[in-house]
Design a protein around this ligand. Structure first.
Ligand code: URA
Length: 253
């Protein structure tokens, strides 16, 4: 358990969350500040999902093949490969980012570059791991040249793939990271700052959706990591309320 607390402390440190320990103080689990203590007190509660059945697996495979062969927009001319997503199918949690970058385009997996390392740390701080209990995807499946913002027509061409992914996954909660993901999933032009701190709904199933900063933005603007940590704790509390049945007023307290 001490090792687990240590690990979580390391993740919070990676987020830039203050985890100082006074000189001569007791070990970190006892001495950590409020955010760390609160996180360490709450062991991960996100179970690994069951694998998809044969029919679902076939639908995933069809989707993967379509994305690999997709020519719906000109990005197919410059990409190395389509990047569908990563993580266990049927995960309770879905994280949605913007689009593959250079490293993701090369390796065929979302969020494997510098931003991905920070995303992994952010997710681990709330008990999530792409190998175990969270699925990660992007709005666009193909890399825009020079990592420019997706064009509206590219989003329009690609979004149906994500909608199909969500229908297959049936996540309990969606975490939209960054403005592009949040605005496109919620069909709004509202700034990210206005979209944080509340529970939105996505799609026909009214899947709860929470918004936070994109990890690439946080790498450029570390001062906002603390706000991202508030968002992550908020998303975790929404998930817990959903799965443990506590009442929610839909807003952060
Ligand atoms: N940024 C994203 O939004 N998605 C990735 O997969 C990588 C970087």
């Amino acid at each position: 358990m001490a090792a687990h607390g240590e690990q979580r402390r390391a993740y919070l440190e990676a987020l830039g969350i203050d985890t100082w320990v006074p000189r001569g103080a007791p070990p970190p689990a006892a001495a950590a500040p409020e955010a760390t203590r609160a996180a360490a007190a709450q062991a991960p509660t996100v179970p690994p999902p069951a694998p998809p059945d044969a029919a679902e697996a076939a639908r995933w495979e069809a989707l993967r093949a379509e994305v690999q062969g997709c020519t719906r927009c000109p990005l197919h001319l410059t990409r190395t490969q389509g990047v569908l997503g990563v993580g266990p199918k049927r995960s309770d949690w879905l994280v949605v980012g913007e689009a593959p970058g250079a490293e993701e385009d090369r390796r065929g997996e979302p969020f494997v570059g510098a931003a991905g390392q920070l995303l992994d740390a952010m997710l681990r701080a709330i008990g999530l791991d792409r190998a175990t209990n969270v699925y990660i995807a992007n709005i666009l499946k193909s890399r825009p040249p020079n990592n420019r913002d997706p064009k509206p027509e590219e989003v329009a061409a690609c979004l149906p793939y994500l909608v199909r992914q969500i229908a297959l996954l049936r996540p309990k909660i969606i975490l939209a990271v960054g403005r592009i993901a949040a605005q496109n999933l919620l069909a709004t032009a509202a700034p990210l700052g206005r979209l944080r701190g509340q529970v939105h709904q996505f799609g026909e199933l009214n899947t709860p959706l929470v918004v936070t900063y994109h990890p690439a933005y946080l790498l450029r603007t570390p001062a906002d990591k603390r706000k991202a940590w508030e968002d992550l704790k908020f998303a975790r509390s929404v998930y817990r309320e959903l799965t443990q049945g506590a009442a929610s007023d839909g807003h952060r307290t």
